[in-house]
Design a protein around this ligand. Structure first.
Ligand code: ADP
Ligand code: MG
Length: 361
């Protein structure tokens, strides 16, 4: 939609017939991400190609890059697809990550020091929204946890006493110029993003540090496109890199309504080799995710009270047009703009009440 509003025509490749992006695109190629004929067709139709989903095989992007301009670079996507490589990369950038170790084989289970627990075992690849993760209280639970993940390569991470989670969206052009959006504060429920509050309620030096860290990572990746870096903030202002996403990110959805230029507008500008947009935030914002759970009342289907949401001043409703609501599935979001941070929180409270969401704190 951002590219279309700049006057471009858009082609989407997605195997799903009901793909929300496919429905608004000028052209929907319904094919698998590895379908060589479809990839070739896409490269013939398009001047520039990007991805909005990090699990498109890096190799498909590599294929496309031989035929036309592709961003982000396949190499950066490959790192973001692998939690171990991602941590190694953050460390190489001089940044801190959670204490962790690789669990790639049964033999790796034996040498694990008990002091790493409580911990979380994460599949190295293909996890999102808390999927592919198991929490363990004691190392004795490790074997069973690894079995439950299908004995795939994993990373075991110490469970940290997080004070706040924050993220930074950085946009970097082909010419190496980059801009960052204000630091976002994220609250997760069950491993899924529930709420984003911007600006994050953190000290200014920590916000600067997070922005600089994200910019450094983009630079070192020779990144082109929109990149999100998620951080854990521990006591005393200690900032750790959690993970990165090589695409516009859920924690940046607030930019559509709250900033001079949205993260999607930036992505379109980067593809079109236009100057980067203005990341200035025009109003304090709270973003609430709308998960499929809201479409059910004790198991019975229902339609959430969007009429009541629409009645709240400053509430901007976005529904993605997904045909089937399922618990945990991201169906849409609401961004609530306020005169002040406190005002945005209060209005968000009204939206929570209308939808039956847990109140924002
Ligand atoms: P995903 O790819 O599913 O977003 P994350 O690694 O970001 O995976 O984990 C999802 C959420 O789980 C995090 O945002 C955080 O709330 C929690 N979490 C993950 N790892 C840890 C950890 N080591 N310590 C504490 N909480 C964690
Ligand atoms: Mg995450």
């Amino acid at each position: 939609m951002a590219a279309q509003s700049l006057g471009y025509r858009v082609c989407v490749l997605d195997p799903d017939a009901d793909s929300p992006a496919g429905a608004v695109a000028d052209r929907h190629l319904r094919a698998d991400y590895t379908d060589l004929a479809a990839l070739t067709q896409m490269s013939a139709l398009c001047r520039a190609i990007t991805t909005e989903f990090e699990n498109v095989p890096a190799q498909s992007l590599q294929e496309l890059a031989r035929l036309c301009a592709v961003s982000p670079p396949a190499g950066a996507v490959a790192i973001a697809q692998d939690r171990l490589q991602e941590k190694r990369f953050a460390l190489a950038c001089g940044l801190e990550v959670a204490p962790h170790r690789s669990v790639a084989s049964a033999a790796d289970l034996d040498g694990v020091e008990p002091s790493i627990a409580p911990a979380v075992l994460k599949s190295v690849r293909l996890g999102y929204d808390g999927k592919g993760q198991v929490r363990i209280e004691r190392v004795e639970e490790l074997r069973q946890a690894w079995d439950s993940l299908g004995r795939v390569p994993c990373v075991l991470e110490q469970w940290l006493p997080i004070e706040r989670e924050v993220s930074v969206i950085v946009c970097r052009g082909r010419d190496g110029a980059s801009v960052v959006f204000p630091v976002a504060e994220n609250q997760h429920r069950g491993g899924i993003l529930a709420t984003t509050i911007v600006p994050a309620r953190i000290d200014a030096p920590v916000a600067l540090q997070a922005g600089a860290a994200a910019a450094t990572m983009a630079e070192r990746l020779d990144y082109v496109g929109v990149l999100c870096v998620e951080f854990f903030l521990l006591a005393g202002g200690r900032l750790l890199v959690n993970e990165m996403a090589p695409r516009p990110h859920n924690s940046g959805h607030y930019t559509i309504d709250a900033c001079a230029s949205s993260q999607f507008d930036q992505q379109a500008r980067i593809l079109a080799e236009l100057p980067l947009g203005d990341t200035r935030q025009l109003a304090p914002a709270v973003m609430l995710n709308l998960l499929g759970d809201l479409w059910f009342d004790r198991g019975r289907p229902r339609t959430p009270r969007f009429d009541q949401v629409a009645a709240v001043a400053g509430a901007c409703l976005h529904l993605y047009g997904k045909t089937e609501a399922r618990p945990g599935r991201k169906m849409g979001h609401v961004t609530i703009l306020g005169e002040s941070a406190q005002d945005a929180l209060e209005r968000a409270g009204q939206v929570c009440l209308a939808l039956g969401l847990e109140p924002v704190r």
